[in-house]
Design a protein around this ligand. Structure first.
Ligand SMILES: *Cc1c(COP(=O)(O)O)cnc(C)c1O
Length: 370
């Protein structure tokens, strides 16, 4: 144990509650392969999110890979470079070519004004990301997708519990993908899900997450193994009971940050968007070194000296990673490059003490004007 403050701290249900709920597994000996708790969590999530179809997966990344695979896409996919590397890996691992579109400087989501110029006869889909839970320009993306007959798969890993115009943010697009990783707002330890609108697509997902097996003797496609087990499904059932309360507590942390960082020239944080109920998943701050006289790296360092571990989400930019820079670092996404160099995600989680938030803000404020 140490007293360092990390960017997040995993939410866990009361110990006794979880232990009580896993006891029946010692009777049934049914630990995975779409058991009763898998079913129960899918039902609970459908109800909570207000969605018609959901398919649980072993993690968010496999949910993304299989959501793409089940769509039978070809050629090129327009996406954002300002995301967790999982988004791009999932596209590449499906044999598709990512075409990187720059981001909006206010929301950091894909700049919909720049999508159309990237569309070619090879384009088959748009894969945007609701980064930090900032909702993409859903209407504009829908209009473009209809005009060019493209599929839309949202990486909605950051949006659990969020609504846009009263609907779950993960309910938009042909499919949306959620992550239930331990570091996310809602967790099943590791886990994820695909939300979609057609039962045939759901059958395809089910087949893909279970080795391509359609029935005991019919295996007619190349599948993977992406099933969620019963222990994690139970973790999810328990955590779901507390999620609304967790988000309320996160909101208070967000407000505390705002109160202490408001009106500082050179410091930009995200506002809550119109028509959006936020989940307060992240608190990213952009530091403009020309105005402040110090940069993001300095802030990271100063906070670390104080035992606070902020994170450079998302840095390096996907197009600058060793994995992709030879292929994609063409400098076509200058705004994403700038944001990636200047941004620092500060700690935020339900039980983060307010005096820590104030301490973090004081470290930053203390360096301003000398
Ligand atoms: C966390 C995350 C993923 C991957 O989810 P896992 O559950 O960790 O596999 C994908 N995309 C984004 C934007 C994420 O933040």
């Amino acid at each position: 144990m140490n007293n360092n403050i990390n960017i997040t701290r995993t939410s866990m249900p009361p110990y006794e509650e979880y232990i009580e709920m896993i006891k029946p597994l010692w009777e049934s000996h049914w630990l995975t392969n779409m058991g009763v708790y898998h079913q129960e969590l899918e039902n609970n999530l459908k109800k909570y999110l207000g969605v018609q179809y959901i398919s649980l997966m072993t993690n968010g990344h496999m949910a993304l890979e299989l959501a793409i695979q089940a769509m039978h896409l070809k050629g090129e996919v327009i996406t954002t470079p300002f995301t967790f590397v999982s988004t791009t890996h999932a596209i590449i691992r499906n044999g598709l070519k990512p075409i990187f579109c720059d981001i909006d400087p206010v929301t950091y989501t894909i700049d919909t004004k720049k999508i159309e110029s990237l569309i070619t006869e090879k384009t088959s889909a748009i894969i945007p990301v609701h980064v930090y839970g900032q909702v993409c320009n859903i209407e504009a993306i829908e209009t473009i997708a209809q005009k060019y007959n493209l599929k839309v798969i949202y990486d909605a890993a950051h949006t659990f519990g969020e609504t846009y115009k009263g609907k779950a943010v993960s309910n938009f697009g042909d499919a949306s993908v959620l992550s239930f990783h331990a570091t996310k707002v809602y967790n099943t330890i590791e886990g994820g899900a695909v939300i979609f609108h057609h039962s045939e697509y759901g059958e395809e997902l089910y087949r893909l997450k279970n080795f391509g097996i359609r029935s005991q003797i019919l295996i007619d496609g190349v599948g993977s193994n992406a099933k969620m087990d019963e222990f994690r499904a139970i973790m999810g059932i328990c955590n779901l009971k507390y999620i609304d309360y967790e988000i309320v507590k996160r909101k208070a942390i967000y407000q505390c940050y705002i109160e202490n960082l408001v009106n500082i020239p050179g410091i930009k944080y995200l506002d809550i968007q119109e028509d959006v109920k936020s989940n307060y998943a992240y608190f990213p701050v952009e530091f403009d070194s020309e105005i402040l006289g110090f940069d993001r790296e300095c802030v990271l360092e100063w906070l670390m000296e104080d035992g606070v571990y902020a994170r450079r989400y998302f840095y390096p930019l996907i197009t600058k990673t060793d994995c992709y820079k030879a292929l994609y670092d063409k400098g076509f996404t200058p705004i994403a490059e700038k944001v990636s160099s200047n941004i620092l995600a500060l700690p935020i989680y339900a039980d983060l003490p307010f005096d820590i938030v104030k301490r973090i803000c004081n470290v930053i404020r203390g360096k301003i004007n000398g």
